[in-house]
Ligand binder design. Structure first.
Ligand SMILES: Nc1ncnc2c1ncn2[C@@H]1O[C@H](COP(=O)(O)OP(=O)(O)OP(=O)(O)O)[C@@H](O)[C@H]1O
Ligand code: SF4
Ligand SMILES: [Mg+2]
Length: 390
């Protein structure tokens, strides 16, 4: 596949960056996890509180991450864990009236995102950062032919004239594998299949030759064959163009096959993060372990029965100043209810970090099957809750 490049591809946003004092260093405060790589996106201690009828929702609570060019970072976690709010906030896509508080640092190619006003962020979106939303029917305009939707950012950001924008729109449709792109360019979204509409979304995200694509559940609504095609396309684009890719997904199989690193979110916080093979191969945070145990396999559930996570995530208007997973955790101890665990390297110098006082021992049986564990600080303590099968 050959995606045509745009006339100019500056590596940083045009708005000058403002030197910012880094927040308190934590496990993620290093600029890049790979020596020599330039961080495309760097977020530190990022917090977003939203207004809601129930009170202030702590949708994102102290998240830090780094993404390098040419790499994919997957974001996983239950519904409502803050995955979409995190990236919508970073890209200025939340309704301003909904935001009660936003703190932390966020840098894109070294430029301070918090220094950009709405116009600056709009310039960044579509031009340097492409978004692929879960539901193309709501993201695409139903009353505009697809070529005209593709032409909008080309004309706005690159200044292309109408004919040139149409020609490039057709090239983009071809590049994302839409057959007969000249004819399809004149169609409306409703005349296309779900897979084709998703490809149009990807073409739209690619239209101005971005450095970063944020794909929020890009394949959830698609059948497995189309899903595989879309994921292969994103992988190919990342490899060919050195794109950074944020892949938000519920599907751990997709994450295992298509990401370099993974961040597990729970109740707006980071539960665990590190290289995908390490986190999914040997999870240390009980929540990650339980998510994996809940994945069905072709040969039946691991250990015979599917594990379920008992209980509900906490109410984000009252997230405890302790471990947010404590009410559902099989390894819970007294301390989990009173102190919030910091993100800590699972082994000295390891890029895998977990927020847990009593992590799952490495190379051990699944946490859901392990039952109570002895607390080295309180030998009389017992687990207050054990997982029950589905
Ligand atoms: N505009 C908004 N105003 C108020 N609260 C919001 C708004 N958008 C999201 N929330 C709340 O913020 C929290 C995080 O939501 P978010 O959409 O980020 O979850 P998610 O992890 O993306 O879930 P899903 O997997 O279902 O997409 C939820 O409690 C949600 O109800
Ligand atoms: S062991 Fe404690 S700190 Fe770790 S996840 Fe369970 S409740 Fe949280
Ligand atoms: Mg979401």
């Amino acid at each position: 596949m050959n995606v045509p490049s745009t006339p100019s591809t500056p590596s940083t946003p045009s708005t000058p960056s403002t030197p910012t004092t880094p927040s308190t260093p934590n496990a993620w405060s290093t600029p890049s996890t790979r020596p020599g790589a330039t961080a495309l996106l760097s977020v530190r201690d990022y917090t977003v509180h939203l207004h809601s009828p129930r009170g202030i929702v702590r949708a994102v609570d102290g998240v830090s991450l780094t993404l390098d060019r040419g790499h994919t970072l997957a974001i996983v976690g239950e519904s409502g864990s803050g995955k979409s709010v995190l990236f919508r906030s970073l890209l200025g896509l939340l309704p301003p009236a909904a935001v009660a508080r936003r703190t932390g640092d966020a840098f894109y190619s070294g430029a301070d995102l918090s220094a950009l006003d709405e116009k600056g962020l709009r310039g960044l979106r579509g031009r340097r950062i492409g978004m692929v939303f879960q539901d193309p029917m709501t993201a695409l305009n139903p009353v505009l032919p697809v070529w005209r939707q593709l032409a909008l950012p080309l004309r706005r950001h690159l200044g292309l004239r109408r004919a040139a924008a149409r020609a490039r729109a057709v090239e983009l449709l071809d590049a994302v594998g839409i057959p007969d792109p000249v004819r399809r360019a004149d169609q409306y979204p409703v005349q296309m299949s779900g897979g084709m509409r998703q490809r149009v979304m990807i073409a739209l995200a690619l239209s101005c030759d971005p450095d970063l694509i944020v794909a929020d559940e890009p394949t959830t609504a698609l059948d497995v064959t189309v899903q595989a095609q879309i994921l292969r396309l994103l992988d190919q684009l990342r490899a060919e163009r050195g794109l950074g890719l944020i892949l938000i997904s519920h599907d751990l199989g997709v994450v295992a096959d298509h990401s370099d690193d993974v961040m597990v979110m729970y109740a707006g916080r980071q539960a665990e993060r590190g290289p995908t093979a390490a986190v999914l191969g040997a999870p240390r945070m009980p929540y990650t372990r339980t998510l994996l145990d809940a994945v069905p396999t072709l040969h039946g559930a691991r250990g015979g029965r599917l594990a379920a996570i008992t209980g509900q995530p906490p109410d984000l208007t009252r997230t405890p100043d302790a471990c947010a997973f404590a009410a559902r955790c099989t390894r819970v101890r007294e301390r989990c209810h009173t102190e919030r665990p910091p993100l800590t390297a699972t082994e000295s110098g390891s890029p895998q970090v977990a927020a847990c006082w009593y992590p799952v021992p490495s190379a051990t049986a699944p946490a859901v099957a392990s039952g109570p564990v002895p607390d080295p600080e309180d030998p009389t303590a017992t687990a207050t809750q054990e997982a029950s099968p589905a």
